[in-house]
Ligand binder design. Structure first.
Ligand code: SF4
Length: 413
């Protein structure tokens, strides 16, 4: 029986290509090989791997996760950083990935190799074919050059990918291509904010995909429901009181301050859980909590607000009428915010176990993978019988948005 090793770069490219290979070589033993050190950053690499594994599991194909050799990739493409996509950097990148695939194939007694990179409309089929054939020859292997795109391959890939609700990345993989694609723009794909899983972040999506992969490995039906929202994040923030820098957090949907704001406290108000200092400029406020500093999740979506900075009770006595305050604050609104709910089990089940996928920026106020895995295992029989479902809502800390979306409490046009 012929043994074929298939290099895989992502779930989307693999979802149809693997089916096609199975169809063309029905008697072959097929295995996947995920070697993609070109993917930046590492969270993106893990996300693409999880989706690849989901696709392979569904088709009963074993897939091997090779090490993430980012330094090796960076060294290989040194000097080619500014090459355009499909240029010399891409040839080196393909060389590196296919050479490693061939090495693994030779060591593990495969007869042939191929790559699902040939699925992508953005890749040059002829170049991949030539690279693949030359590398395979070196290792005494056959290279299978299959034009997956022929006969409506792309449409089939898109349909299958949609059905499986696969994560569809919007860039090839490396930071250099992203720098060119978004020249002069801020590239949020390369940035992580805080230690937690913020609403709409890749970390939040990765968490959902990890749980989904686990639930599907138990044979449970899963469904993701995505929704859009206006996202918000802090780019940088400094608060000084009487020239002393103070640890603080910023309330969701606070707008930026232009330049440096130098102001004084003009009024103090006392509420149940905090003291509020109103500054004499721009309606800025400082909330001084009755407890130590913590990030504050929103229970409800809120409107755009003047800057509100939050400090812990340790600074209660430092802030009084006429206290001098200095603030630098840059925040960002993103109209492309997107999060998702994950439903595990029968969506019609009467009982629901509720969890959340996001956390506060400090990583608090959330659930761990272990928490949710434990709940699924504990209720496995009831989930299988359709008596209970597990729902993991997205974007809780931004105002319970996932739960509101499920209850149709707002309309996603
Ligand atoms: S654009 Fe894609 S193929 Fe080209 S070097 Fe970057 S990751 Fe590799």
């Amino acid at each position: 029986m012929k043994k074929i090793l298939v290099h895989i770069c992502c779930g989307v490219d693999a979802v149809y290509a693997l089916r096609k290979i199975k169809e063309e070589y029905p008697d072959a033993y097929i295995e996947g090989y995920f070697y993609d050190p070109n993917i930046h950053p590492e969270e993106e690499y893990i996300l693409r791997w999880i989706e690849t594994e989901r696709v392979c599991n569904d088709l009963g194909i074993k897939c091997y996760l090779a090490p993430y050799e980012i330094e090796k990739w960076l060294t290989a493409v040194k000097g080619l950083e500014n090459e355009p996509e499909r240029g010399k950097r891409c040839s080196v990148c393909h060389d590196l990935r296919l050479e490693k695939t061939a090495e693994f194939a030779r060591e593990n007694r495969f007869d042939a190799i191929t790559t699902v990179l040939m699925m992508s409309p953005k890749k040059d089929f002829q170049v991949l074919k030539e690279i693949g054939e030359s590398i395979a020859r070196k290792y005494d292997l056959q290279f299978l050059s299959i034009d997956f795109r022929k006969n409506g391959g792309i449409e089939k890939m898109n349909r299958l990918s949609k059905e499986a609700q696969l994560y569809h990345q919007n860039y090839c993989g490396c930071m250099y291509a992203l720098f060119q694609q978004r020249e002069g723009e801020y590239i949020k794909e390369l940035v992580s904010y805080g230690k937690g899983r913020l609403p709409g972040s890749r970390e939040e999506l990765l968490f959902i995909k990890q749980i989904r992969a686990f639930a599907e490995s138990l044979g449970l039906p899963c469904k993701e429901e995505g929704f859009n929202f206006v996202n918000w994040r802090v780019i940088h923030s400094i608060l000084k009181i009487n020239k002393q820098e103070i640890p603080h957090s910023v309330l969701w949907f606070s707008r930026s301050v232009k330049g440096i704001l130098r102001a004084k406290v003009k009024n103090l108000m006392y509420e149940d859980d905090k003291k509020v200092a109103l500054l004499n400029k721009y309606n800025c406020k400082i909330w001084i909590l009755n407890q130590t500093l913590k990030d504050i999740p929103l229970e409800m979506p809120r409107v755009f607000t003047e800057p509100i900075l939050i400090v812990g009770s340790d600074y209660r006595d430092l802030i009084d009428i006429d206290t001098k305050v200095e603030i630098r604050l840059k925040t960002e609104f993103d109209e492309n915010g997107r999060s998702q709910n994950l439903i595990i089990g029968n969506p019609e089940a009467v009982h629901t176990l509720e969890y959340y996928s996001d956390t506060l920026p400090d990583g608090k106020e959330g659930y761990s993978f272990i928490n949710i895995k434990g709940a699924i295992l504990e209720n496995l029989d009831r989930i299988r019988r359709g008596e209970i479902k597990v729902v993991i809502y997205g974007a809780k800390t931004a105002g319970n948005l996932g739960k509101m979306y499920m209850k149709k409490a707002f309309i996603n046009i």
